[in-house]
Ligand binder design. Sequence first.
Ligand code: AHM
Ligand code: MG
Length: 337
Amino acid sequence: MHTGTTLTQFIIEEQRRTAGATGDFTSLLNDVVIACKAISNVVNKGALLGVMGSLDSENVQGETQKKLDVITNDIMIRSNEWAGHLAGMASEEMDEPYAIPGQYPLGKYLLVFDPLDGSSNVDVNISVGTIFSILKAPVAGRAAKTEDFLQPGAQQVCAGYAIYGSSTMLVLTFGHGTNGFTLDRDVGEFVLTHPSMTIPTETREFAINASNMRFWEKPVQRYVDECLAGKTGPRGKDFNMRWVASMVAEVHRILTRGGIFMYPKDTKDPAKAGKLRLLYEANPMAFIVEQAGGAATTGRERILDLSPEGLHQRVPVILGSKTEVDTVTGYHHEKAA
Ligand code: AHM
Ligand code: MG
């Protein structure tokens, strides 16, 4: 039996510290957490529920949808549409923002999410996760329009992810620190197990999909070459390399023991500025990482300062240990000079 702080307690304490808090946000977050617990169950049961594999459909990004992409998207919607805290939702899996059905009241927040990040990994039993971001609606009580979601990441009220790994964890920030909670399945509660997560500033570990090497820009080529050169190269130390192809797992590793994660700009598909989505992936992860003392840039700009241009906009992402992110970002600026 755990004796630690539960997530419910943690959120209510946060509410008490916030002047003018009505409990709306607490209640919204509670619904998001319930959705993550439900998703954890479905992911965990996997093939027993017959939910593995792909569908014939594609999402708006032109990617084949997994059965679990659709099921988990539905869980997020059903858990969060009814309570009256939201003016709208946007998901990586839906072309347009989700309009709250007419029978439910409209609220003052917007919920943005990737219901199952890294879902190409579910069939092979590798960690996947749910990423979410909460924003204030520009007009409370009015059905959200697409442009309402296009707020710089610096305006996020809260960001978090659930990781469905060897244990299920939820990592959360409200803008003053990043905290990690582990699901105690016996009592059905997340318990604070990783208070004030802090990313070491220095690291010897980098994560990048090296099969894209020939498409990278020079500054990223240079950084990776220098890491690979190890002890005898300009960095004077050996590096280790990781690539899980599941952003939640990479970010979680970096929050736990440091490192740098890169999905940089490349020329593979000139129509795409990067692979990862600004609203559903880059912004929430950048907020979480910065709040843990790390940094997150596109190579050129701080991710949280970007003004989104579209709901499904993609951006280059370089995040993790501050010294390393600054080094790669510095190389981009040298090139520009
Ligand atoms: P998804 O949201 O469709 O799962 O795509 C995002 C995932 C990230 O979790 C991961 O970092 C990246 O795609 C892996 O891409 P790749 O297969 O090109 O290595
Ligand atoms: Mg994703």
